[in-house]
Design a protein around this ligand. Sequence first.
Ligand code: GLN
Length: 491
Amino acid sequence: MSELTRMTATQIAALIAGGDASAVEVTRAHLDRIAAVDDRVHAFLHVDSEGALDAARAVDARRAAGEALGPLAGVPIAVKDVVTTRGVPTTAGSKILEGWRPPYDATIVERLRAAGMPMLGKTNMDEFAMGSSTEYSAYGPSYNPWDLTRIPGGSGGGSSAAISAYEAPLAIGTDTGGSIRQPGAVTGTVGAKPTYGGTSRYGLIAFSSSLDTPGPCARTVEDAALLHAVIAGHDPRDSTSIPAPVPAVVEAARRGATGDLTGMKLGLVTQFAGEGAEPGVMAAFRDAVDALTKLGAEVVEVSCPHFEYALPAYYLIAPSECSSNLARFDGVRFGLRVGDDGVKSLEEVMSLTRDAGFGPEVKRRIMLGTYALSSGYYDAYYGQAQKVRTLITRDFTAAFEQVDALISPTTPFVAFPLGARTSDPYQMYLADLYTIPTNLYGGPAISVPCGLSEGLPVGLQVMAPTMADDRMYRVAAALESAIGTLTPPAL
Ligand code: GLN
């Protein structure tokens, strides 16, 4: 394996800026690595070698011309396949979009291009980002580089597997209920969900519009912060985008890396510190809490009594929004069309297309959401879930009057074997028990590796108030300075 693929994004950018490696060499090294291991990892649904090399050549030319380069110029990136990329296939992990090449770039992709970051390809995911293992991808699962018989998390398992397997130094994920953080936790990588509205949703294929948040996946906290700074910031094309300056996340990560948390007060969520998690996960988490204390943080317990209703509220709100968002896949405007024989009615063609194009989990959510929104049940289900959402937000607000940030394990269990949870949807939903409250509230949260349980990675989650994304990076970087990064066994 080329040394270039072992480096952090920060190191790669410095090499390129200093003229010690070309962007083309760096991109080639990663494309070679993909060619060598991706038949076993299956992180990618599409590899865009030509597009990536063209972008790398452009960076090298700008450098040769003496132009100023951005902080991540020449650093290759993998992008979750739910994000539209002009001319490059985008499927959202679904058969219904097979072969679709979007006519436009998502805002975050425009920003990656402007930053001179070659896009290696599109990563595998659970269909329409619904799932926690990538086993609901219509194109087959991805595999965890720590143990190829286990899941790499989901829905963004392709992105987490790609960076964990050294196929890419950085990746883009999207987090609706935990799909950046949980894959980060189970692959021993860093995953950050920015404040809702802090990163643009324009060009993101919508799952649950009031929750969807794109964000960075990386192997170090500083790398995640650098990528966050590239993609974040106001976008007039997204009506929920926040018109405010991006929090100083890179500075916060560097400050955290000095390992001093004096004056920082952290709240251990009572509801997530007891039972429910595997003993090995709780043990690694408790050791990490001790480490945070040694770094100078004061750790107290904080009760968030409504967090235990987050999962049921999420599984009404997210399916309700998805049932509306996915109505656009009707066999007329995008991708797949089935049964259009000139005889069947429009309604029959739509029905046949949706039956053939959507997988079982997507159908389950559309049915649940349609039911929850139907007249007569709306108040009892959707309305009630929205009230719970308000109570959870109040829990966060009250907690942040007492502490600077909240901490918990990221997910209750380490990477499970493929197939272990597919027969019982509820068991799969439990993977996001600790990550979902943050999405309902809208604040930022990050997962950072905090140790191993039975040889598999465990993540610690830091949750901060809305628009205090810098604070979570500071805490995460401090923990990383004490614990170090995790290296998977060689593939
Ligand atoms: N696993 C959760 C779900 O299935 C979260 C998915 C996500 O964040 N996209 O809905």
